[in-house]
Design a protein. Sequence first.
Lengths: 111, 111
Amino acid sequence: EPEVTQTPSHQVTQMGQEVILRCVPISNHLYFYWYRQILGQKVEFLVSFYNNEISEKSEIFDDQFSVERPDGSNFTLKIRSTKLEDSAMYFCASRVGEEEYFGPGTRLTVT
Amino acid sequence: SQELEQSPQSLIVQEGKNLTINCTSSKTLYGLYWYKQKYGEGLIFLMMLQKGGEEKSHEKITAKLDEKKQQSSLHITASQPSHAGIYLCGAAESGTYKYIFGTGTRLKVLA
């Protein structure tokens, strides 16, 4: 069974620090996504990535956020200067055809 | 902006009972996804519907997209404790590749 993996599972950081969340999508997938879910709230779309560039991003995905696919396998989300309100579960997903596979998530806690 | 509203918000059923969860969109849907999420974990893709009137089944779960493509229902037949979790509908916002999610329906199945 193919799976999307994410590391770390839990990251605690101080406000203002940079964090990088890592994802390894399924190898033959072409579309990659980052979502976040603040505790008790809806899942929110952050960004979609196709053909090594951002295809769509939400209003949440401001200049503090960036994504990269540095080596053809990893897919990273960077938050440059974290804020308290960035505390959430961050999910990576990859898609091929109709099926979308989500990673288990990284719980980011900003203190 | 487009919104997805799910009902009911939560549901407790006795094992063996059938149940239905609804997802209503404020605008026409061009693809509707159903996911299951266990608390604190990633989303599991269940199925995707695209055409009005389309119906898909996976094991004891059936989902349908209505003809006008503004509402979808997810039906579980003979529920089991393993069906417990949060069911989410998701869709690409009309005319974009930005994904939105419903509010979720929390299902508990009593053995």
